[in-house]
Unconditional design. Structure first.
Length: 238
């Protein structure tokens, strides 16, 4: 498949790693559209043409890859998928899925002796839109057909490795479901382009003491891929 400057893809699915995309590649009969700094594939789901983008881990990689996809392929809808660490009070277990209602930059602002100052409290807007300034919280699209646990997600450059840090995050951001390393950056770029973003993640672990041997990364990726193929892709069509 070759890219055309006039082409507009209905849906782009983004994930940080190849492992997170892999459960979709064969069922969607995806083929490479571009191999370079990032692997990008084209596929079809029935009549729906889909772009698959491996963004790389972290906020900068995710933002650059999302902007590249927007500039070259002009998707009408973005779907961000991947693994996440469930917050202890969320009730989520490994391989459970969750849907983001908003994405939060969790380590932007200022940490003081009195606590964390948000970008909003410092009057530091990260994006100015027609609806007003956006600081550290980006509202996401929540398709009504997706019957999943939902709530805010938090994006961090350094993931949680202690119970104290997990509790601190839950105190700062009440109701957060899980933590990840890319979501707010993708949401930031999506808001800049005015394109809706849906984010679904599968829990690979619980945020807290780092016990890597207990993580269920492969199982979480497969659970998410199975959900998308069975019902998720149909449910997100807006």
């Amino acid at each position: 498949m070759t890219e055309s400057k006039e082409r507009k893809i209905p849906l782009a699915i983004l994930a940080a790693t190849w492992e997170e995309l892999e459960p979709l590649i064969t069922p969607l009969k995806a083929s490479f559209a571009e191999q370079g700094w990032r692997r990008i594939l084209l596929s079809k789901w029935g009549a729906l043409e889909i772009l698959l983008v491996e963004t790389g881990v972290g906020k900068v990689n995710a933002a650059v890859a999302t902007a590249l996809a927007m500039e070259k392929w002009r998707p009408s809808l973005l779907l961000l998928i991947g693994i996440a660490g469930a917050m202890p009070s969320s009730g989520l277990k490994p391989s459970d899925l969750a849907l983001a209602t908003e994405e939060i930059y969790g380590d932007e602002g200022c940490m003081t002796e009195e606590g964390w100052l948000t970008p909003q409290s410092m009057d530091t807007a990260y994006l100015i839109t027609e609806k007003g300034p956006i600081y550290h919280r980006f509202p996401l699209t929540v398709p009504p057909g997706l019957q999943l646990p939902k709530g805010p997600f938090v994006t961090l450059s350094a993931i949680t490795g202690t119970a104290e840090r997990a509790k601190e995050l839950e105190n700062i951001f009440p109701g957060i479901m899980c933590e990840n390393m890319e979501g707010a950056a993708v949401a930031h770029v999506a808001a800049h382009y005015g394109v809706p973003l849906v984010e679904i993640r599968a829990m690979s672990n619980t945020a807290g003491p780092r016990q890597r041997h207990l993580w269920k990364v492969q199982e979480a990726c497969q659970a998410l891929g199975d959900f998308l193929l069975e019902k998720g892709l149909n449910a997100i069509r807006l």
